[in-house]
Design a protein around this ligand. Structure first.
Ligand SMILES: NC(=O)c1ccc[n+]([C@@H]2O[C@H](COP(=O)([O-])OP(=O)(O)OC[C@H]3O[C@@H](n4cnc5c(N)ncnc54)[C@H](OP(=O)(O)O)[C@@H]3O)[C@@H](O)[C@H]2O)c1
Length: 340
């Protein structure tokens, strides 16, 4: 059986989820929506992807631009089993009644509130909870990165307390109207940032406080973690545990991978499409142990880290695959994740 997938919102995340769906043997990409007949719509059509206008009042713009579309979002919803909402934050929630009207399952992204779906998802943490569900929210890029490392460390050693500082990219590479340009912006000034409570939607037993700062860079986020464990862990034990997960890459600064710029250069050298790095990157030499207290620094490629999670959410919700391990294996293999 193949599941028919639609994508509403073809931007940073939507494009990548669309590409990933095309690479799955058990999924068909029925189409994507666009509000504007711009180069992104044209390139999608050149790739053979069906493009739909996001709403009927956008049809004229496509017709004026001489760009043929297959109909509107409502036509796409008639064609699909599941829609992946990749519209800008808070816009997704406004589409929920339409998805319900057409009785299609829907995945929302981290820019929506937990309550929109009532279930916040990360594959390694809570795949089973998404089995057969109609609505799921894939958590944000920062929360996804933290979920991956916290889950791995907690499973092996138990986490008594987690404290994290997030240094967030100010904008994505294509966002030329956003900042900050010359400032370090506490985001927010108060503690905690929203990430801690968001992680607890997925990993309710983790005691975590987070603080976040936005800075003038577009490549990746950096997280600095301080974890208080239930039992002693050596640095080599931590490296060995983290290295078991295909979606975590422990990289050696000794080889020169010692900044977000070098991680991206590494992704380029690996021949990754769009220089994506969907794995959580942990700098090996940043892992420091003082018995039960450990430190580590990790980097998150915000544009791609949630892509494999969306693919697994599709499998869980449509019961294509009933175990996290099998779904993640299929996703990772198709996207070429893991390895060195
Ligand atoms: N970028 C990240 O770092 C990141 C990481 C993880 C999660 N997320 C979350 O993923 C979601 C999407 O973010 P994004 O970064 O991909 O946003 P984005 O790059 O701005 O893409 C959103 C796309 O939705 C389309 N759109 C705008 N208004 C729409 C509407 N009313 N109906 C249908 N489509 C509409 C726009 O395309 P056109 O107008 O050109 O058609 C736009 O390209 C958000 O919830 C965000 O919080 C983002």
């Amino acid at each position: 059986m193949k599941v028919r997938v639609g994508i509403n919102g073809y931007g940073t995340i939507g494009k990548r989820v669309a590409d990933a769906v095309l690479m799955q043997r058990d999924m068909i990409l029925a189409g994507v929506t666009k509000t504007k007949p711009n180069f992104e719509a044209r390139v999608a059509k050149q790739k053979g992807i069906r493009v739909y206008a996001a709403s009927a009042d956008r049809l004229q713009a496509f017709s004026d631009a001489g760009m043929e579309v297959h109909g509107t979002l409502e036509d796409l919803l008639r064609e699909v089993d599941i829609i992946v909402d990749c519209t800008p934050g808070k816009v997704g929630a406004t589409y929920k009644p339409l998805y319900e009207k057409y009785k299609v399952k829907a995945i929302f992204q981290g820019g929506e509130k937990h309550d929109v779906a009532g279930f916040s998802f990360n594959a390694v943490c809570n795949y089973d909870g998404a089995l057969g569900r109609d609505l799921v929210r894939v958590v944000s890029c920062n929360t996804t990165g933290l979920c991956r490392s916290l889950y791995a460390v907690d499973k092996a050693f138990g986490i008594r307390k987690a404290r994290a500082v997030l240094i967030r990219r100010g904008a994505d590479p294509s966002e030329d109207k956003k900042g900050p340009i010359n400032s370090i912006l506490p985001d927010p000034v108060g503690i905690p940032s929203h990430h801690g409570p968001d992680i607890q939607k997925v990993l309710p037993n983790i005691d975590i406080t987070t603080s976040a700062f936005a800075v003038p860079t577009t490549l990746m986020h950096i997280h600095w973690l301080n974890l208080d464990l239930q039992k002693d862990a050596t640095e080599s034990e931590i490296v060995s545990i983290l290295s078991k997960y295909a979606r975590i890459k422990v990289v050696p600064a000794s080889e020169g991978i010692d900044s977000t710029a070098q991680v991206i250069e590494y992704a380029r050298d690996l021949g990754r499409r769009r220089y994506d790095m969907p794995e959580l990157v942990i700098f090996k030499e940043s892992i420091k142990s003082f018995g039960r207290e450990i430190y580590l620094t990790q980097a998150v490629h915000q544009e791609s880290i949630v892509v494999p999670e969306n693919i697994d959410a599709i499998r869980a919700m449509t019961n294509l695959c009933n175990t996290a391990e099998e779904s993640m294996r299929m996703t990772d293999e198709s996207l070429g994740l893991g390895g060195t």
